[in-house]
Ligand binder design. Structure first.
Ligand SMILES: Nc1nc2c(ncn2[C@@H]2O[C@H](COP(=O)(O)OP(=O)(O)OP(=O)(O)O)[C@@H](O)[C@H]2O)c(=O)[nH]1
Ligand SMILES: [Mg+2]
Length: 506
């Protein structure tokens, strides 16, 4: 079984609500007093020892409105988010913004009401206000834990740490995809600064695997890929580190370029520039495809106006010749009156300009033998604009035609791929039901459709959102394997029911 990694906990909340004071208390330090104007202006990462040899990584973020990107970056990487609300101030603009970050992430929230040492405070009002903004807390009909603390006196901080461990254990950490082959680690860049003594310094957090001094780092800066040996690694307190384990944060020194904020960096044991380039290109594509996981036709569907029956596209290609060929071929596509309209075409990689064009014209972007410029892929995901790149013309035309066929005749069929016997039902603290099963035939797959059947009746159905074997997340469970299944819809399954897994064919 995989060792459980160190949980990543991001602290979010309005300015001056006590985020840094809380972290100072937890690590027995004193940062607040040394901050300019008492305001946090950068993201910092600390891995601290909590009870029983367990470690937790905390990301402190600034609460001032100017630092919204730092907050959302901190939120995007977290397993758990502490929403700090000062009891005397209540829900304020950056509390609300932090709530939005939480709602858009997979992180598990814990509401922390701070400054309860102050007189004349109304805890119930804060709980109500937070719930009204969509974080449903305990005691208000929801499940999100609320801990009342004083970061100044330390009151209930122990209880908060216990709540963090409990949430991490019971609800689990965010699932991260496996590392690409040949890599030993992957990290996320939270902050990069030019320090006059230390040079270029990047604060990173290890999301996968590990990084130690002497290993090689691959990263992209201003569109160029670099591969460099790690010369220095320090903690937030400038102590030398030999290793960053999974879930730990730290600073990398001595790189020749500044790492881009929010980018991912890749760790190899030797110099592997080519490999890294390939991985980065692949990840860009996967990110896009994942975000558009709905299915191609559905996304094409967004770009097609029913009455016009046209699919609008922006086309980029590597040469004038291939562009010409594409124009010609795409103009011939006609499926039941559905056609392709090229709103713009050009040579070279897919850029932000292309994205803007696609956005205003409600198009998708097709690339032929071109790459996607750094940053554009992420932006496309946010804006939900589909980018597809191809190296083979016929593939491109084939996929477009298939998608158009699917549009003009939307049909689905299902095929049974496995069945399992329901052995136990569990409920997680957030109310999610886990169906414990043993696979009786075939295979049960994540992403597949599940039907729960009792006798001759279908009790419920839904998509298989998560699949676990013991504590490990898996993609499929074969005959004989016991697994915990979470289905998208609430189903009142009981022991003895049968779960059938179906593959949906479009
Ligand atoms: N009375 C009381 N004061 C507190 C408590 N926690 C923090 N403070 C005070 O609130 C002020 C702001 O605390 P910080 O920890 O700097 O707040 P912050 O959320 O980190 O602020 P930014 O990083 O600027 O967003 C400081 O003067 C702290 O001493 C508490 O539990 N009780
Ligand atoms: Mg602070």
């Amino acid at each position: 079984m995989k060792p459980t990694r160190i949980p990543i906990v991001t602290i979010l909340g309005h300015v001056d609500h006590g985020k840094t004071t809380l972290l100072d208390y937890i690590r027995g330090a004193n940062v607040v007093d040394s901050e300019a104007g008492g305001i946090t202006q950068r993201v910092s990462v600390f891995t601290v020892d909590v009870k029983d040899g367990h470690k937790v990584t905390f990301i402190d973020t600034p609460g001032h409105e100017a630092f919204d990107l730092m907050r959302s970056r901190g939120g995007s990487i977290a397993d758990i988010v502490l929403l700090i609300v000062a009891a005397d101030d209540g829900v304020m603009p950056q509390t609300e913004e932090s709530i939005e970050i939480i709602k858009n992430s997979n992180a598990k929230p814990i509401v922390v009401i701070n400054k309860v040492d102050l007189p004349g405070i109304d805890i119930e009002k804060i709980k109500r206000d937070v719930t009204n903004k969509g974080i449903f807390v305990e005691g208000m009909g929801g499940q999100v834990p609320v801990v009342q603390i004083s970061a100044k006196t330390g009151q209930n901080v122990d209880m908060l740490l216990e709540t963090i461990s409990l949430v991490a254990q019971v609800e689990g950490l965010i699932e991260r995809p496996d590392l690409p082959n040949g890599l030993v680690g992957k990290a996320f860049v939270l902050e990069s600064v030019k320090d006059k003594n230390k040079g270029k310094v990047s604060t990173v957090i290890m999301t996968h695997g590990e990084l130690s001094r002497g290993m090689w780092l691959g990263y992209v800066s201003k569109g160029k890929t670099y591969s460099e040996k790690v010369k220095g690694l320090i903690s937030e307190n400038d102590e030398n580190l030999e290793l960053l384990a999974e879930g730990m944060g730290g600073k990398i020194l001595g790189l020749s370029e500044l790492m881009e904020l929010g980018s991912e960096i890749f760790v190899t044991t030797e110099k592997k520039e080519r490999k890294i380039e390939a991985v980065i290109a692949q990840e860009n594509l996967e990110n896009i495809e994942e975000s558009n996981a709905v299915d191609l036709a559905a996304l094409f569907g967004q770009a097609v106006k029913e009455e016009e029956k046209t699919l609008k596209v922006v086309v980029k290609a590597s040469s004038e010749g291939s562009l010409e060929a594409l124009r010609k071929t795409l103009s011939k596509v006609d499926e039941d009156g559905y056609k392709v309209e090229i709103v713009q075409d050009g040579l070279g990689d897919i850029t932000q300009k292309d994205l803007e064009m696609a956005e205003v014209t409600k198009s998708i972007i097709l690339g032929f033998e071109v790459k996607i410029e750094k940053g554009v892929a992420d932006l496309a995901i946010k804006k939900r604009i589909l980018i597809k790149t191809y190296d083979l013309v016929y593939k491109l035309v084939e996929e477009i035609s298939d998608a158009i066929v699917a549009l003009s005749s939307p049909q689905e069929s299902e095929e049974e791929i496995g069945s399992a016997t329901v052995k136990a039902i569990f409920t997680l603290s957030n109310g999610t039901t886990v169906i414990g099963c043993q696979v009786a035939s075939g295979v049960v797959k994540k992403g597949g459709k599940a039907y729960i059947v009792r006798g001759d009746d279908i009790i419920g159905e839904g998509k298989i959102e998560s699949l676990r074997h013991e504590k490990e997340t898996i993609n499929e469970a074969k005959k004989g394997v016991e697994c915990g299944v979470i289905v998208s819809n609430k189903i009142e399954a009981i022991v003895g029911d049968t779960l059938y897994c179906y593959k949906v064919i479009k």
